[in-house]
Write a protein that binds this ligand. Structure first.
Ligand code: ARG
Length: 581
């Protein structure tokens, strides 16, 4: 049980005693430590309902409250209950956490299956920095959910069946450099795509040829299917390289094409069940009129009037769309994987698509508890969308290469002793970690500015700062002659810096479930920064190795626990900790 849960349960017993009936009241971590560690407004809420004086009720609750050595409590302001956790309770908690591989994090997932749909780049098109957000946020959510006891299925829903294949097929047949494709598939496919795309702009005949190639592919032409298959294969090789660099793994790669066979039947079913109807030859899902127009994804306001805004699931020419595939995908994930929840980590511009999708699926009876985990854009330091000098989207691989190069330079400067493979590996860990942390420490919905110097700084709100803090802790233990057994240490907290460190240790298990409530890895990122800062203050104020026993062991144990939480927490963000740097 976390300290928060224990407080809540004790408070609820007191409420029962006072009110004569069961009542629950939430306890929250206090925003300002001067007033205590936790707070509850139970008395104020309940007094209103019972029309009594809140401070008097608060006093009654306090009189009935048995805090069992956990905390002291007092009444503040109009009737708040403020709790201050006793140092002994934090010490006991630290001792408990040292023996707990889960570090106090409860298994709130309870074995539920959650499908996380993230990254999902489009084959034969470059993965750009926009995809980086989905990949990094999605991967972190998978790691956190797994740690919290969910059964996680990471699915890369790649765009492997789009109109781009018309151009790719034509380019493959006329422009492809096989050797270049072997060496590095993604740039070669991209070159081919770009050249054909440019040619279609000048020459209508080329555009026509591409369209024909696409129609042939969709009709099952063998040659085109074979090229398409190879194209997917080589693209996956290129993508895997990027995911390896990022240390990102998927359980499945079921791209859009995986659902092709299901689309025709799905549209028929929608028509039969009256979930969709024909409109100008196309098949569409319309508003069912049960929602206020402002909340209805199938309505849009134009010139002050509400108009229909249907989702097309079959075009007049018989073609299927993104939405059709996504409906089939939901059905598959529920039927085959028994998904209890599905999280889509996709940018804000697709918000309407997902609102329509979830509503259509719901009416169809496929309740997958779908959530759109949206995010904003990445901006360059000029606060404009990040582009290369030639105006293209910046490519993900270039960003990662540059991060590693810059990290290598910084490490060479700070620690010239590190050489060769070790230095290269550390540069990799630090550079990639910096990019990930810059992403994950932001509120996902705000646009964030990509600033190299800021994300790589050793002092600042960065991954290198956290990695360095971890290295510093590990180096304390390297100075010991004998293995330190933290679980045997008696913990005592006298200095405020020690109490604060232990307070943050106890918070880890309370904070992590909150990250998933609204998909905010930045809560974890910021917590880790706070923990590292608390550690440095503690380390400055409290001698560790120079203290006498039993204080020395107590402090070493606090170092150990801090190191474990930093390592685990960074790991949940997909960031590794080097032993040295
Ligand atoms: N391929 C799409 C894109 O790059 C993202 C797919 C997201 N997942 C989904 N099930 N729609 O925009």
């Amino acid at each position: 049980m976390t300290i928060l849960q224990e407080l809540e349960s004790r408070l609820n017993s007191a409420l029962f005693a006072v009110l004569g009936e069961p009542a629950t009241a939430p306890v929250t971590a206090a925003a300002d430590l001067r007033f205590g560690d936790y707070q509850s407004n139970a008395a104020m809420v309940l007094a209103k309902r019972r029309k009594t004086n809140p401070r008097a009720l608060a006093q009654e609750i306090l009189d009935a409250l048995d805090l069992g050595g956990l905390a002291t409590a007092e009444i503040a302001g109009p009737g708040f209950l403020n709790f201050r956790i006793l140092p002994e309770a934090y010490a006991a908690k630290a001792k408990e956490l040292l023996a707990d591989p889960q570090l106090g994090v409860p298994a709130v997932g309870d074995g539920q299956t959650v499908v996380v749909d993230f990254s999902a780049p489009n084959v034969a098109k470059p993965m750009h920095v926009g995809h980086i957000r989905s990949t990094i946020i999605g991967d972190s959510l998978c790691r956190i959910a797994r740690y919290l006891g969910f059964k996680v299925i990471a699915d890369n829903h790649i765009g492997d069946w789009g109109t781009q294949f018309g151009m790719i097929l034509h380019g493959w047949k006329t422009l492809l450099d096989e050797a270049a494709l072997e060496a590095d598939p993604i740039p070669e496919l991209l070159r081919v795509y770009r050249e054909v795309n440019a040619a279609t702009k000048d020459d209508a005949a080329v555009l026509e040829t591409c369209k024909n190639e696409l129609v042939k592919l969709q009709a099952g032409d063998e040659e085109n299917l074979a090229i398409w298959k190879r194209c997917i294969e080589v693209s996956k090789i290129g993508l895997r390289r990027i995911y390896d660099t990022l240390d990102v793994k998927f359980d499945y790669w079921l791209g859009e094409s995986h659902y092709n066979d299901r689309l025709a039947g799905l549209v028929d079913e929608f028509l039969e069940k009256g979930l969709a109807r024909e409109s100008d030859g196309a098949v569409c899902v319309f508003s069912d009129g049960t929602k206020k127009p402002a909340d209805d994804p199938f309505k849009v306001s134009r010139d002050g009037e509400w108009m229909d805004n249907p989702a097309i699931i079959r075009k007049a020419d018989g073609g299927f769309l993104y939405a059709t595939t996504d409906l089939a995908t939901i059905e598959y994930r529920i039927d085959e994987w028994h998904a209890d929840q599905i999280w889509y980590v996709v940018g804000v511009p697709q918000q309407l698509h997902f609102r329509q999708l979830f509503e259509a699926a719901e009416r169809w009876g496929k309740t997958g508890n779908c959530r759109h985990v949206a995010f904003g854009s990445i901006l360059g330091e000029d606060r404009k969308l990040m582009k290369t000098r030639s105006g293209d989207n910046v490519q993900l691989t270039d960003v990662l290469d540059e991060a590693v190069e810059r990290a290598a330079r910084i490490i060479a400067e700070k620690n010239p002793d590190l050489q060769g493979d070790e230095a290269a590996e550390i540069a990799q860990t630090v550079g990639i970690g910096a990019v990930k942390f810059a992403e994950l420490s932001q509120n996902r919905l705000t646009d964030y500015v990509f600033a190299w110097d800021r994300m790589l700084a050793l002092q600042g709100d960065t991954a290198p700062y956290l990695q360095y803090s971890h290295v510093r802790i590990r180096s304390i233990f390297r100075k010991l002659d004998a293995e330190f057994d933290a679980s045997a240490a008696e913990i005592s907290l006298a200095e405020e810096a020690e109490v604060h460190l232990a307070r943050l240790h106890a918070r880890f298990g309370e904070l992590l479930p909150m990250v998933l409530e609204d998909f905010r890895p930045n809560l974890l990122a910021n917590y880790l920064l706070e923990l590292a800062r608390a550690f440095h203050s503690f380390f400055e104020a409290c001698p560790v190795l120079k203290s006498d026993e039993p204080l020395r062991s107590s402090r070493l144990a606090l170092c150990e626990l801090t190191g474990r939480i930093l390592n685990t927490g960074l790991g949940l963000l997909g960031i590794r900790c080097p032993e040295r740097m």
